[in-house]
Write a protein that binds this ligand. Sequence first.
Ligand code: AMP
Ligand code: ZN
Length: 122
Amino acid sequence: MPVPSGSAVSGCVFCAIAEGKIPARMVHEDEDFVAFRDLNPQAPTHVLIIPRRHIARMDELLPGDATLAGRLLVLAGEIARSLGLAQDGFRVVVNTGDDGGQTVHHLHLHVLGGRAFSWPPG
Ligand code: AMP
Ligand code: ZN
């Protein structure tokens, strides 16, 4: 179920980070998004970008969320550039559901860089 703007979901670690209730190494904060370093980095640079609003997974995005989703992608590019990843390249990942390997059920983009990634993914 979509969660109204402004309501954090209790027990959600990323809602807690967005609210400043648990610490994170912040890279970016604005009214609608927060970006922070992954606790268990899989690359020299590994940043997570989340909407402050609790959206559990990518397929819960609705047509009315199109601007938010687009801004999330624009922000990913800006953060990658600001962290010096643009020249050599980077990878953006959205794991979704069990087969997608999603472990935190609050929509997030992984921005990974600082090494080469293989394809297909594991
Ligand atoms: P996913 O498997 O796509 O759901 O990714 C969840 C990511 O969140 C993993 O890469 C975790 O290392 C990361 N993570 C979990 N808890 C925290 C936290 N408190 N601070 C930063 N990153 C976290
Ligand atoms: Zn949440």
